[in-house]
Design a protein. Structure first.
Length: 532
């Protein structure tokens, strides 16, 4: 049952649904626009660097650190999801969101002025810390400003914004890199963030049902689970270092690599134990993950997101290193993947409010993505445009259908007080997929490239190939040595694409973990409410 004032819709300030006040009219529209801008900015930061990475590796001589440029961002983006979720639950929603925006802007500025690779990685980590609050905050704000009948549609808009930024990201990254400097890939966040955060500062007033949960300050601090965050970062850093060093700068059986593997295992066990011991205070509260519908979509989004980011980061390397394309041209070649992701994310967000049964979206989307990733694996030196463009159509269609569904499902099957925490948990697994699989892909690439160079270009210094960067091959090596180097690159990239295909297959299997249920019968409201 919906009650409203007699004034026209454009003049209404709020709408009441089952006793809860939601903003409406112009104020709601402005808030949604600001959230869309915010998600656009964060998603832009995830993808804009992909086409710039080959040029960054040229400037910093850091091909062996490609994984860190993505993983440092995703490491903090994933780790602090739940921390921000608790901040949104126990502190003022608006203040916490604006604080996250400020952190993201600071990190972006550091990246823009970075004098070396280390500074860039630090800036990416700080930006990821702020982005964790913005991503979870966008979904959380929507859950509080929109009734359950409309929330999936607005979530679909957020998904479309995310995918649209993914379209613009490679194009802008290429344009900035070729026409100005790759540093503008990070400077661009400053005006976009300033506008969106200013809009929210003036127009967003948390509704009454978004009031922070009352608790003593000590309890609020304990709820942040900073111990869990520290253990997560420690475990991930150990994992990332293993992926960077193992088989490349150190043998896999070296004391350092083995020690890091042991450290990763022990810290992971300590993290799991801490989550059970802390109960409701844990970042990954067992009560919230235990339902099959929640852990099912979490496992799914971990693999699906990992596969998506793997192809997002390594297809530009294929285009720029193998085909000799500029950064801008490689961004254009990525359009089928990205454009269709945007279109079908919007379609899925609308369709699920009608269909309800989310498992179909997960299974169909991941199946189509799996087929596309398998075809991408067949790419080789000199592959035709019809192949690399057509295969990306399947990637984009599958990604768009599936990737937004886990957040929608998590919110639909959560009680109002748990929305922020469950949203953060789902996003934790989504971003963790990016951190883990981008880094693992770097290890696969480097470990395959070195022996492949010994076979196809035995007279070339392999260390020099790694230090030059993906776009410097043609200018640094003779025409006689180049074909062998490119073939070695292709062999390494094919192994990465195979790894992505296996990851996509895991996502398809995981799509069947969640029960066959409808979001129209979630915990937040009745069928009548959602179907309205």
């Amino acid at each position: 049952m919906v009650e409203s004032n007699e004034s026209p819709a454009s003049e209404k300030v709020s709408t009441t649904v089952q006793g809860l006040d939601y903003p409406s009219g112009i104020r709601l529209a402005v808030i949604i626009v600001a959230l869309v801008l915010t998600m656009f900015m964060v998603a832009l930061d995830m993808t804009i660097v992909a086409t710039a990475i080959p040029r960054i590796t040229d400037e910093f001589h850091s091909l062996d650190q490609v994984g860190w440029y993505g993983s440092a961002f995703f490491l903090t983006l994933a780790t602090f999801q739940s921390t921000w979720g608790k901040l949104y639950k126990f502190w003022d929603l608006k203040f916490a969101f604006l604080a996250a925006g400020a952190l993201f802007e600071i990190g972006s500025l550091i990246c823009g002025v970075a004098p070396n690779s280390t500074a860039l990685i630090v800036g990416r980590a700080i930006a990821g810390w702020g982005a964790a609050g913005l991503v979870g905050g966008c979904y959380t704000v929507i859950a509080f400003v929109a009734p359950p009948s409309k929330a999936p549609r607005y979530t679909g808009l957020i998904g479309t914004s995310y995918a649209t930024a993914s379209v613009a990201g490679p194009l802008l990254g290429g344009a900035f890199t070729d026409g100005a400097t790759w540093r503008w890939c990070f400077y661009i966040n400053l005006p976009i963030g300033g506008i969106s955060l200013a809009i929210l500062a003036f127009f967003f007033r948390p509704p009454s049902h978004a009031r922070p949960v009352a608790a003593p300050l000590r309890e609020k601090l304990q709820q942040l689970d900073l111990i869990g965050a520290a253990l997560t970062i420690g475990a991930l850093v150990c994992f990332l270092l293993v992926m960077q060093w193992g088989g490349i700068t150190m043998p896999w059986n070296s004391a350092n690599v083995i020690g890091l593997l042991v450290g990763f295992g022990l810290l992971t066990l300590a993290l799991v134990a801490s989550q059970f011991l802390q109960g409701e205070r844990a970042a990954l509260a067992p009560r919230l993950i235990r339902p099959r519908v929640i852990y099912g979509v979490c496992v799914f989004v971990f693999f699906q997101s990992g596969a998506n980011f793997l192809f997002t980061y390594y297809l530009p390397i294929y285009f720029q290193a193998i085909d000799g394309m500029s950064a801008a041209a490689s961004g254009i070649r990525n359009l089928p993947f990205i454009v269709l992701s945007a279109i079908f994310a919007a379609i899925a967000g609308i369709a699920i409010t009608r269909v309800g049964y989310f498992t179909a979206f997960l299974a169909l989307g991941s199946a189509v993505f799996l087929i596309g990733s398998g075809l991408i694996y067949t790419l080789d030196v000199g592959s035709s445009a019809s192949k690399y463009l057509g295969y990306q159509v399947l990637l984009g269609l599958g990604q768009g259908l599936a990737i937004q569904i886990p957040v929608i499902v998590g919110q639909a099957f959560s009680m109002m007080d748990d929305i922020a925490s469950v949203t953060a948990i789902v996003l934790f697994f989504q971003m963790m997929g990016g951190a883990v699989f981008i880094s693992a892909a770097e290890s696969v690439f480097s470990n395959r490239l070195l022996p492949a160079l010994a076979v196809y270009a035995p007279t070339v210094d392999a260390a020099r190939v790694l230090s030059i960067g993906a776009t410097g091959l043609r200018s640094e090596f003779s025409t006689g040595a180049l074909p062998g180097i490119l073939q070695a690159y292709m062999v390494a990239l094919q192994d990465v694409f195979l790894f992505g295909t296996v990851t996509a297959a895991c996502a398809f299997v995981a799509s069947w973990l969640a029960p066959f249920r409808s979001i129209l019968h979630g915990n937040r409201g009745s069928t009548a409410m959602i179907a309205a």
